[in-house]
Write a protein that binds this ligand. Structure first.
Ligand code: HEM
Length: 577
């Protein structure tokens, strides 16, 4: 599924969201936090007075209780005060000293908000109007990171509120961070984001390993083959709509973005829930409503515990959450029973996941703890939607935009597709043989990575190259910057040139970690083959049916809002072939 506010240094897949949200709210939240503390103190004092008066009236109280109560209150206040002081000032200053002593530079710590305000302002300015039609997007997509590196150099850090975040650009260090997953963990700053997504992308340690092991089989290449009909049907539905549009004049102008979003939503609904597709779709719609509500809540105010208050939105969210969980629980139970009774073939993600879970439990002598609980499976199903849907639609939309801008590559893709499939239905062998289409998709992922940055937290002091990173600091790996680095990719780093992948990824990267749109190491995206298969199917079907070009009304504005979306859509003119 942000770092500086704009760039979504994320942590988990969804951490882009987490980071943005946490940074946005920070300043406002502190005010609210103080209010809460004040109210708490008020209540405490009131209770004290109440007790004191009762005690003195009723029992002519002992002189022991009064000082004891006062002592208790003062003690609690002092502990809280110190904790807050440490959080907002002492700790950030200590971390800052530690980083500066090692030669890292960045803005001085600004009370509580750090670089957040500036970062947001720059982001707002960068997306206020469309950028020129070029693929040199870094300064528009992550303006604050770009400016920080320009000003302070590559060894720099920035402030996400009171947390310093060190930017890492060296491929060897990136390799180390993404390999040592227990030392460099996903940031878990915002509990509200867990309302939306938990599961694999958010777990650590043994629980992560257990879930990954059980979920892995669902994404094996041989299982993905069985999901092709789901991808195919979703593409046919979209192409049929487009064909109707071009029927009369042979050409039509449209914003393809919402159609591609719909395509990937349909594809994941079918692939995840197969026969229960309609119910799956309903759940995904509920999840979408839930996402919007959560974003609204988090962006306006964040108070610890706020989500438990019975506000209108909170109540609505709870109803949706219950609806989603009840439906998923019902579906999962039915599946479990059917699988145990040997009734269904398990071609969809849910079936394979449930089956793999049952196998894991049986392999450990029916020990339920060795598998995932129903609640765990529910969270993983929700995650498939989040992690898998938006990212893939982003890949497709930038592919269409770039192929519209580079008709020579569109022609090459079409020629290859026609040569491999002719008029027949794309199958998995054929999709695996699409070399040009694969090169194009890689180059799109290089220039426009759906996830623009990864984030990691440092739970314990750790050495990284020459640096000794203090516990409590964070790391940002700005994927988009590394993908556009001229020292790593050559002078044409900002240009669309799929040829650079003609001999595969290892050759193009010289086996360095310089291309990692799906992450890298043990926590690499579990759905990358799923996404690539779906994207190849969609692009193959589109280029076979249509020739397309950019509409004059297209406004180029890549914007890192959760993922790297086209802010003003993707206006394309379709021509029937
Ligand atoms: C173009 C499409 C996609 C892109 C660019 C993408 C990108 C990523 C990235 C960068 C990560 C690593 C995050 C990190 O290390 O902090 C990730 C993790 C993950 N992705 Fe994807 N993803 C895509 C499609 C999918 C799909 C289709 C699914 C599932 C249906 C999926 C499920 C996941 C999961 C579960 C994780 C967490 C893995 C773990 O922590 O073990 N992704 N993805």
């Amino acid at each position: 599924m942000g770092t500086d506010a704009s760039c979504f240094d994320t942590t988990s897949f969804l951490s882009p969201l987490a980071s943005i949200l946490s940074t946005v709210r920070l300043v406002k939240d502190f005010t609210f936090l103080l209010c809460l503390i004040n109210i708490g103190i008020g209540l405490l004092v009131f209770c004290m007075h109440f007790y004191q008066s009762r005690l003195s009236r009723d029992m002519e109280v002992s002189l022991v209780i009064r000082p004891l109560l006062s002592f208790l209150v003062v003690g609690v206040l002092m502990v809280w005060g110190l904790r807050i002081l440490n959080w907002v000032w002492l700790k950030p200053k200590r971390l800052e000293r530690c980083l500066r002593q090692q030669g890292l530079t960045g803005n001085p710590y600004r009370f509580l908000s750090g670089d957040v305000k500036e970062s947001f302002a720059m982001n707002k300015q960068a997306t206020a109007k469309p950028m020129p039609l070029s693929d040199d997007i870094v300064q528009y997509v992550v303006p604050f990171v770009h400016q920080t590196i320009k000003h302070y150099g590559k060894n720099s850090f920035m402030w996400i509120g009171p947390r310093p975040r060190v930017t890492i650009l060296e491929p060897e260090e990136i390799r180390e961070i993404l390999t040592k997953i227990n030392d460099f963990q996903k940031p878990h700053n915002n509990p509200l984001v867990n309302l939306l997504v938990s599961g694999l992308a958010d777990l650590e340690g043994d629980r992560w390993a257990k879930h990954r092991k059980i979920i892995n089989p669902a994404f094996h290449q041989d299982k993905l083959k069985n999901m092709l009909p789901a991808f195919y049907q979703s593409c046919v539905d979209m192409i049929t709509k487009w064909e109707k549009m071009v029927l009369v004049k042979g050409t039509s102008e449209l914003d393809v973005w919402p159609y591609l979003v719909n395509l990937t939503r349909d594809a994941i609904s079918r692939a995840a829930f197969g026969s229960s597709y309609e119910e799956g779709r309903r759940i995904f719609h509920l999840l979408e409503d839930q996402t919007n509500l959560t974003i609204k809540v988090i962006q306006s105010v964040y108070i610890p515990g706020w989500r438990f208050l019975p506000t209108k939105t909170n109540r609505k969210m709870k109803v949706i959450d219950k609806d989603i969980k009840d439906s998923l629980r019902e579906m999962i139970k039915k599946r479990e029973m059917a699988i145990k009774a040997g009734e269904v073939s398990n071609d969809d993600l849910l079936g394979i996941l449930v089956e793999s879970n049952i196998r894991e439990i049986q392999a450990h002598g029916d020990h339920k703890n060795m598998g995932m609980s129903i609640e765990d499976v529910i969270e993983e199903c929700k995650l498939f939607y989040f992690a898998g849907q938006e990212t893939t639609s982003v890949l497709l939309v930038w592919t269409m935009i770039l192929l519209a801008r580079y008709p020579n590559w569109q022609t090459k893709a079409r020629e290859e597709v026609l040569q491999v499939f002719g008029d027949s239905k794309p199958d998995s062998d054929g999709l695996n043989r699409l070399k040009v289409v694969t090169m194009i998709l890689y180059e799109v992922l290089r220039l426009y990575p759906a996830v623009v940055a990864l984030g990691r937290s440092i739970p314990k002091e750790i050495k990284l190259g020459k640096l000794l990173l203090p516990a409590g600091s964070e790391i940002s790996i700005p994927i988009v910057l590394i993908h556009h680095d001229q020292q790593l990719w050559g002078d044409d780093a900002h240009e669309f040139n799929p040829d650079r992948f003609s001999e595969g990824v290892s050759k193009a990267t010289k086996s360095q970690v310089t291309f990692f749109p799906f992450g890298w190491g043990p926590r690499i995206c579990i759905g990358q083959n799923f996404a690539m298969m779906e994207a190849k199917m969609a692009i193959a079907m589109i280029v076979r049916h249509f020739w397309f070009e950019l509409s004059p009304s297209y406004a180029h504005s890549p914007s890192a809002t959760i993922t790297l979306r086209p802010q003003h859509g993707a206006h394309i003119i379709l021509h029937k072939l």
